[in-house]
Design a protein around this ligand. Structure first.
Ligand SMILES: Cc1cc2nc3c(=O)[nH]c(=O)nc-3n(C[C@H](O)[C@H](O)[C@H](O)COP(=O)(O)O)c2cc1C
Length: 254
């Protein structure tokens, strides 16, 4: 597998460095002028210092470099982070830099193109262009990690995002949320929760160290529920109410 990684001038250099570290394939790196600048602003390191992490680097201005030609194969181009400027240029068919040229090649040759866009909020021009690129075969993967896999640091978030990208480009299969349940044959229907699932849910709540008061509220809500409701419905309602109790509205504070 041959992966080309492109860094453009958007925030999130740590996600780029993490991805370079984690990517196990043959890998090449191109950074735009502003990509290099943002790396310096955010991490205090010069581009030269990360060159040794990859097999080779190429200049973004050099349209005579090997990957400016479709004849030199790469499997995937991952633009991480991708600025809105670069996304909009690619969508318009502009290829006046190595990064935009490689993106054009990836699209025309039907190779994997992952665009880890980083900007917020997004204007309608960018949204329309993102749709255009998605329709043309690119994967729009905003730098937007999940928070449900026990991530406790920025580096954990970057790790999980890197895994996601590696999965997208077919280098790794991500071990997803509760993956161990896939083959455990515990009857997870997607409708009402079974009593077994309820028990698991219940013990998960215990594990989350609810305060005594919260436990009391939960018990009260569960015991005092309408008998015609199923256990699952009552637990769901209780949890919902508990969430509200955990973060009271301003008016409720007095
Ligand atoms: C510190 C810094 C952070 C920036 N963050 C973003 C960003 O998150 N998203 C974005 O689209 N542009 C961001 N920009 C602006 C881009 O760098 C600018 O539009 C540049 O022209 C992008 O060029 P490139 O796509 O060729 O790298 C940032 C610029 C600086 C200096």
């Amino acid at each position: 597998m041959r992966t080309v990684i492109a860094i453009t001038g958007a925030s999130g250099s740590n996600f780029a460095i993490n991805f370079i570290e984690k990517c196990p394939s043959e890998k090449y790196l191109v950074a735009s002028k502003w990509g290099k600048r943002v790396i310096f602003e955010e991490l205090g390191i010069k581009f030269d210092e990360i060159k040794s992490m990859v097999d080779n680097t190429f200049s973004d201005w050099d349209l005579a470099s090997p990957f400016a030609s479709g004849s030199n194969h790469f499997d995937s181009l991952v633009i991480i982070p991708c600025s809105i400027s670069t996304l909009n240029k690619i969508a318009s068919g502009i290829s006046d830099t190595l990064i935009t040229r490689m993106a054009q090649i990836a699209l025309k040759e039907k190779r994997r193109l992952v665009i880890a866009l980083r900007e917020t909020p997004l204007d309608s021009i960018t949204l329309e262009n993102a749709l255009k690129l998605s329709t043309a075969g690119a994967i729009i993967a905003p730098v937007s990690p999940g928070f449900y896999m026990d991530e406790s640091s920025i580096s954990d978030l970057a790790d999980s995002f890197s895994n996601k990208i590696l999965t997208l480009i077919g280098i790794k299969r991500e071990n997803g949320w509760r993956a161990d349940h896939i083959s455990s044959n515990n009857g997870t229907d997607n409708g009402e929760m079974t009593s077994g699932e309820l028990a698991t849910y219940d013990s998960n709540i215990e594990e989350r160290n609810l305060s005594d008061l919260e436990k009391e509220v939960l018990d009260a809500l569960l015991l005092g529920g309408d008998q015609s409701q199923s256990e699952a419905e009552r637990l769901k309602t209780a949890l919902y109410k508990l969430k509200i109790l955990k973060s009271p509205k301003k008016d409720d504070k007095e």
